[in-house]
Ligand binder design. Sequence first.
Ligand code: ATP
Ligand code: MG
Length: 302
Amino acid sequence: MTDAPTSLPGWNHVYSGKVRDLYEPVDPALAGRMLVVASDRVSAFDHVLSPGIPDKGVLLTTLSLWWFDLLSSTDGGRSIPNHLAPDHTIGRELIPAAVVGRAMLVKNLDMQLVECVVRGYLTGSGWAEYTESGTVCGIRLPAGLSNGDRLPAPIFTPAYKAPMGEHDENISFDQTVELVGAEKAELLRDLSLEIYERAARIAEARDVILADTKFEFGVDDDGVMTLADEVLTSDSSRYWDAAAWRAGTTPAERMASFDKQIVRDWLAANWDKQGTPPELPAEIVERTADRYRELLGRLTGI
Ligand code: ATP
Ligand code: MG
């Protein structure tokens, strides 16, 4: 693993996921807050790969903050509560220099066990299931769809967030109800579809297709279902070039992507998914970094 969690003054390291490192404050006066630090690590097929993608942590944090800010405004929708600590801007001095630009000061939430995936287009594991059964997460779709097609309407296709080291698993809405109860399941579905549709409209205005995305929610101390984790980044989403999608003749041309599809494709062609994945070639790393940078520029102008 590249870019191992750094020890940060004022913060205790509590957890490392595949991509992010979580820290809790040493100072009891800051209890309830957390520092989420995005590394340059890249994962595919649930494996962390080597080397990392230069500046990925900064790019994805910048993009997440941009979306959180936009979604919390009432511009084009209602304000969506997010996990950024109320003092996250003035709290900047709490963020250690070593991780400035790739850390978010957040509220520590009671995270839900369901990953809230929304698909507006058919590809990836959704496409794989559709070719087998004509369904995605139990939702029946029209016959005759191709890889990369736009769906008649966006669908909520949740996944069970497996414990560290296990693979997340697509589940049906009924299984979601079993996991979190009917009320929460409906809330998660409705919020996810609402945010996806709003974000997809914003992306489309910049000639980018938000093909699918994954949200994570947690409940805050006041019981509010809150948008957490990273949001609408090129790690949690598939973004395609809309012009290429319209003009593309092969699925690969159509799905010209601003995400880690380059990494997934290279790995699928060069690894049998047994044992340790091979080192990514420099060219793949550079092309991926370029795509991440281009997405940030297109969406935010940054
Ligand atoms: P895993 O946790 O299975 O390794 P992952 O690889 O997706 O999953 P990362 O994305 O690297 O993990 O780590 C981020 C972790 O932080 C996730 O487990 C996510 O649920 C958690 N998280 C994000 N936001 C919050 C929050 N506000 N409060 C508590 N936990 C959070
Ligand atoms: Mg994650």
